[in-house]
Design a protein around this ligand. Structure first.
Ligand code: PRX
Length: 675
């Protein structure tokens, strides 16, 4: 079955609006592309879906296997009515992901002297080149250090580190030992960190003394100490050791590092500083261990073989990777994008990447462009929210730098609005580079809908076509499959190697979140439209999730934080479009009797959410809601709240609403400006 019916003829620019045109990759840029044209894509896609065993066996051949699989490549059940949901890929195969992405590059592919990472710190004065030889050595040192601390196969290690080389060393050290890493984004609060440590029952926490994000000093050690205190209070503390990495910025700058000493309690947990001065030990053998990692939100569990093959293959094709490329993904490794496309995918290909610790506008608004020029970046991958932020500063900051090395521009995290797409294409890519809008999720492990640079005609705002092995479908509310042009729920009918294997310790949540709504399909939770050419357009989340600056947040989590405040009786949170963040939080709060809604309360509520979840979840709008629109059965009607937040007066059918007067009151008290 062909996924699309797109014309492969070049479109002659006609009188259409720019966002309605189809864009074709530039001639000459991709003379040696892995997938040179759309027909080649269709042929490979056909093979991947009609002969998946052969297709994935070919991909697997490149890797080292201690033991080949004992059964078929893929076994699964997606239908809750037929028993437990499961996905097995290359069952019985044994390997080590760390061996495949490091030792293999050094010992079998002769890439030891090649730079694996150009590390660029928050301050432009801090940078370091790390070759594959050095990376392997440091990962081994780190693995030995962790082993010395008692970490063994199957143990869970919480990693709460900023974007420094030690983050990569630690995660790969876990992979080498066969321990599970649970990386917590270093912007999360102590409470979120505690929750994640407890969820995964981590035995050890690795953090850093602190970090500068832009000009702001963040005392990670203090946050980590508070998190461990919380874990201890809950009587279920599992962390026995805490390792604190000394950040590069504080190795010589004693002033700053002194600031971090105030009120520390980490010592209570047997603090050890093992990185500095720990001597290199023996390399581990090609351990026959399995590795897995847990990615939050939701304890999404990935395992070695399928994830390794899938991130490696998507990286190669989606960025049309070649050995002389310099690739840069601006995500944080704390999120899935960083796991798949800063660490595992690029390293599996022996790529050279930029590892950036800073923020896009520090110390000046041209920082990203400066880095592209500095390292000659050819493949660049960022988020729509970053593009929209940088658009605000116009063309001038880009004109100061030579961006001619660029040839592929990627985006991920949320739907990219055509205006941002066109700016990225025109101003950053100088109409030379295809914009690769990659749709995927933590759960999918890697890209699932995406163009390929030389092959796919592009439409601004569309993630275009399925990747190899991925079979999308669109369903209506009743679970009926829609053909041709259609809009509805985006689902997948079969697994691909990178898909999640479960929710850590919670099969019930795994099944109910992703498989129960439409038996026989994996449900993404996203809405989607398919156009007349078979192109897919993501229309946004249809469950109770928000996408703020490319990060998924659950409305329930924010509501729980708000209702913890002693003055709040009830809270409901909806998303609101935001020019830079994509979506932001609009909160309705109902106060307890005799409590007053004022600015102090708003500040306290914002602080509460920041403390509980982290700064990315800070509400933009908080509205006093004397009552909330509810159905007669007491269910909050979020659709109505969303329309109030957006000032959309045409509310449609309100017959299920218990008390229609509430709506009028809420409209009259709408927040016009951000809190
Ligand atoms: O809603 C979709 C949106 O981000 C969600 C996945 O978020 P997360 O698991 O945090 O992973 C983010 C990085 C992969 C999706 O369900 N999303 C991600 N990429 C796109 C997107 N929406 C539209 N277009 C995209 N390219």
């Amino acid at each position: 079955m062909s996924p699309v019916s797109v014309s492969t003829n070049r479109v002659v620019p006609g009188p259409q609006e720019p966002e309605e045109k189809t864009y074709h990759p530039s001639d000459g840029l991709f003379t040696d592309a892995h997938v040179p044209d759309f027909d080649a894509y269709l042929a490979l896609y056909k093979k991947s879906t009609e002969e998946p065993e052969e297709f994935w066996a070919d991909v697997a051949q490149e890797f080292y296997w201690k033991k080949p699989p004992s059964g078929p490549m893929l076994q699964y059940n997606f239908d809750v009515n037929k028993g437990n949901i499961y996905i097995k890929f290359m069952e019985g195969a044994k390997t080590n992901i760390c061996y495949n992405i490091l030792d293999r590059n050094v010992h079998e592919r002769n890439l030891g002297e090649k730079v694996a990472y150009y590390w660029e710190g928050n301050s432009p004065d801090h940078h370091q080149n790390i070759t594959y030889n050095q990376l392997l050595r440091n990962v081994c040192r780190c693995a030995n250090a962790l082993k010395l601390l008692g970490v063994k196969k199957g143990d869970r290690v919480a990693i709460y580190l900023p974007m420094i080389p030690e983050l990569v060393y630690t995660m790969l050290a876990c992979a080498r030992i066969g321990a599970v890493h649970s990386i917590v984004f270093a912007g999360f609060s102590s409470e979120s960190l505690c929750e994640r440590i407890m969820d995964a029952q981590c035995n050890i926490l690795v953090t850093a003394d602190g970090v500068y994000r832009g000009d702001k000093l963040i005392n990670l050690k203090k946050i980590a100490s508070e998190a461990l205190e919380r874990c201890k209070e809950s009587m279920a503390s599992c962390v026995q050791k805490c390792v604190v990495v000394k950040h590069h910025a504080f190795r010589t700058n004693t002033d700053a590092s002194n600031k971090l000493q105030v009120g520390q309690t980490v010592k209570l947990y047997g603090l050890l500083t093992v990185y500095d001065g720990f001597l290199a030990g023996k390399n581990l053998n090609r351990a026959n261990v399995k590795f897995s990692y847990i990615q939050h939100l939701n304890g999404v569990l990935h395992t070695v073989t399928g994830y390794m093959l899938y991130t490696s293959l998507t990286f190669k094709y989606v960025f049309d990777y070649h050995h002389d490329d310099v690739y840069w993904c601006t995500a944080d490794i704390g999120w899935i994008t960083g796991h798949s496309y800063i660490t595992y995918g690029p390293l599996a290909n022996g790529a050279t990447s930029v590892l950036f610790e800073g923020v896009p506008v520090y110390p000046h608004v041209g920082r990203l462009w400066e880095i592209i020029e500095k390292y000659g970046v050819s493949k660049f991958y960022t988020a729509p929210t970053a593009i929209r932020l940088l658009m605000k500063y116009g063309r001038e900051p880009l004109q100061r730098y030579d961006l001619s090395s660029l040839c592929v521009l990627g985006t991920v995290g949320e739907p990219i609005n055509p205006e941002a797409w066109l700016w990225y294409y025109d101003v950053v890519g100088q109409q030379r580079c295809p914009v690769i809008d990659t749709f995927w999720q933590t759960e999918t492990g890697g890209h699932v809908l995406t163009p390929l640079p030389a092959a796919t005609p592009l439409k601004p705002g569309s993630a275009t076509c399925p990747f190899f092995g991925v079979q999308p479908a669109i369903l209506n509310e009743h679970g009926e499959e829609l053909e041709g042009e259609a809009e509805g729920y985006l689902v997948f009918r079969k697994p691909w190697p990178g898909i999640m294997r479960g929710v850590y310790g919670n099969q019930e949540r795994f099944e109910s979140t992703y498989f129960r709504k439409f038996p026989g399909f994996y449900v993404t939770g996203d809405g989607c439209r398919r156009d007349q050419d078979g192109y897919y357009w993501i229309t946004g989340r249809i469950d109770d999730m928000l996408n703020v600056s490319g990060h998924l947040l659950s409305t329930a989590e924010v509501e729980a934080a708000l209702t913890e405040h002693p003055s709040v009786a009830e809270a409901a949170v909806v998303s609101q479009p935001h020019a830079v963040k994509g979506e932001c939080l609009y909160c309705f709060v109902t106060l307890k009797d005799h409590k007053e809604f004022n600015r102090t309360l708003m500040e306290e509520l914002k602080r509460k959410v920041r403390e509980k979840i982290g700064p990315i979840a800070t509400p933009d709008f908080i509205q006093n809601a004397p009552g909330l629109p509810k159905t007669r059965s007491g269910k909050i009607m979020r659709r109505v709240l969303r329309q109030i937040a957006r000032n959309e007066k045409d509310l449609g059918d309100l017959s299920t609403l218990a008390d229609p007067k509430v709506v009028e009151v809420l409209f009259s008290q709408r927040c016009e400006a951000a809190a």
